[in-house]
Design a protein around this ligand. Structure first.
Ligand code: NOJ
Length: 509
């Protein structure tokens, strides 16, 4: 692949969950100004782009994934001017900015829905999904996410119809069969593109158009039988045309929450749908070499023939952090970082994983998320002071060991997890093979995953030992250790052995 590939193929994207990143006004909730003030840190770390989870006006029933105005900043997070400053200063540092577009549903406080629910003959009635029925029998067996088994339909007493919400009742689904909705939502994309954003993460984008007749399905939470997929693909092609009409390789990253890599691959279309799609089966894989090998093979089989470029995610704001999932061991978290940053594709880091954070334990009286996701959303500790660089108590408790697992202490410690991420990011930056090269597995003992990345004469070998035992591994050829998850042997010739829970990047001469 040529070095002229679009920026997002060789980029590493850093996800910011703005409520928990950095606060500047003392309300305990992070803000856009907090992000701006930490851009130097992100530049020092070496990421290429940030994706900011929703900061739009919202009643916060789903902490911003319930949008009441797509074209304004919620006062909790700041103003449109703050956003403008943030984009400008990010671009000055060569950091791209992606924002989170939530097209499937709005807030029930969005003026569109307020109008829509006001009467059956309101011009916006058909902007949402309303169906007749009897008040005690929902139209089908679909269930709402994060709602303790409640139906995906809510009966509206005033107008005597059901409205659909795949998530909370406060998140009514838009009717993407209505061309006025399509046009209005395209306008929201243009609004931000005109303000210089480099792309969008698109929330539950595979679900936009529902099956005619709303049939009962086998899996009422997850089934894609609820959706009219040909129509969804058509809408996504519309987004692609819109984005490609702007200069500068604006990118779409779809949250395609389908746990089949083959199905996810379809959302790249014929290079005319999503530029990138999240593929979550690896995120849900246990920390076992054989399982990971299978997940990687599936990506190669399904993505390569289409020319689809993979993405890799270990953690995000919806799931326990990977260090927590993998049992809490720092050594494993380090080895996982090597894997994440050396597979073929675009890696997405979730704020705080570079500090080796685990989930906060959130006592019942402080739990706020209806989906039980508070633990991974704990605030970022910036230093070892009592408030860890926050001006007041944050909205959620701290993650474990904030006195040592914080940005300042780890910056001063060359052996920290933070420095490992920085070394890996630098290694990627310096290696065309790691950024854009081919991927091929190498023979390896059980419990070890070994592969090489090659682009022309640039070659890297990566060995990830998922087990506690040392393993000899003959990779043939002279190799030097470029990065080791535990720092051992860096800069030295490869000894032919990987220690337990160690992962290494070797440079081949
Ligand atoms: C996926 C988002 O990642 C999640 O946080 C949100 O709750 C749902 N979509 C609904 O928007």
């Amino acid at each position: 692949m040529p070095e002229s590939a679009p920026w997002w193929k060789s980029a590493v994207v850093y996800q910011i969950y703005p409520r928990s990143f950095a606060d500047t006004d003392g309300d305990g909730i992070g803000d856009l100004e907090g992000i701006r003030r930490h851009l130097d840190h992100l530049q020092w770390l070496g990421v290429d782009a940030i994706w900011i989870s929703p900061f739009f006006r919202s009643p916060m029933a789903d902490f911003g994934y319930d949008v009441a105005d797509y074209c304004d900043v919620d006062p909790i997070f700041g103003t449109l001017d703050d956003f403008g400053r943030l984009v400008h200063e990010a671009h000055e540092r060569d950091l791209r900015v992606l924002i989170d577009w939530v097209p499937n549903h709005t807030s029930d406080q969005h003026p569109w829905f307020v109008e829509s629910r006001s009467s059956r003959d309101n011009p916006k009635r058909d902007w949402y999904i309303w169906v007749d029925g009897s008040p005690d029998t929902p139209p089908d067996n679909w269930k709402a996410a994060f709602s303790a088994g409640a139906p995906a339909w809510t009966w509206d007493e005033r107008t005597c119809q059901w409205y659909l919400h795949l998530f909370l009742a406060q998140q009514p689904d838009l009717n993407w069969r209505n061309p006025e909705v399509v046009a209005a939502m395209h306008d929201t994309l243009r609004f931000w593109l005109d303000r210089g954003v480099d792309g969008f993460r698109m929330d539950v984008v595979h679900a936009l158009v529902k099956r005619e007749g709303f049939p009962d399905v086998d899996n009422p939470w997850l089934s894609t039988d609820r959706f009219d997929e040909p129509a969804v693909h058509e809408r996504i092609r519309g987004f692609r045309t819109l984005l490609d009409g702007y200069p500068g390789d604006r990118v779409s990253v779809g949250e395609v929450f389908i746990l089949s890599t083959a199905r996810v691959a379809e959302y790249y279309g014929n290079n005319d749908e999503l530029h990138l799609a999240f593929n979550f089966p690896p995120l849900f894989a246990p920390w076992e070499a054989a399982k990971w090998r299978k997940r990687v093979d599936r990506v190669v089989e399904e993505f390569d023939p289409r020319g689809a470029w993979p993405t890799w995610v270990l953690s995000n704001h919806d799931n326990p952090r990977h260090r927590t999932r993998y049992g809490g061991s720092e050594a494993r978290a380090r080895a996982a970082a090597v894997l994440l940053l050396t597979l073929r594709g675009t890696p997405f880091l979730y704020q705080g994983e570079e500090l080796g954070l685990t989930d906060a334990e959130v006592p019942p009286e402080r739990q706020v998320d209806p989906g039980g996701r508070d633990g991974c959303r704990a605030p970022i500790p910036w230093d070892a002071s009592p408030l860890h660089g926050w001006p007041g108590d944050p909205w959620l408790p701290w993650p474990p060991e904030p006195d040592t697992r914080n940005a300042e202490v780890e910056r001063d410690d060359a052996g920290s997890v933070l420095h490992l991420y920085r070394r890996l990011l630098a290694a990627r930056r310096n290696s065309p093979a790691l950024r854009l090269g081919d991927w091929a597995p190498l023979p390896s003992p059980d419990g070890v995953l070994a592969y090489q990345r090659v682009l022309e004469d640039d070659r890297r070998v990566v060995i990830v030992n998922f087990t506690d035992d040392s393993h000899p591994l003959d990779v043939a050829g002279d190799c030097a250790v470029e990065v080791a998850s535990d720092g051992v042997g860096e800069g030295e010739p490869y000894s032919g052995t990987v220690d337990g829970n160690q992962a290494v990047v070797l440079r081949r001469s």
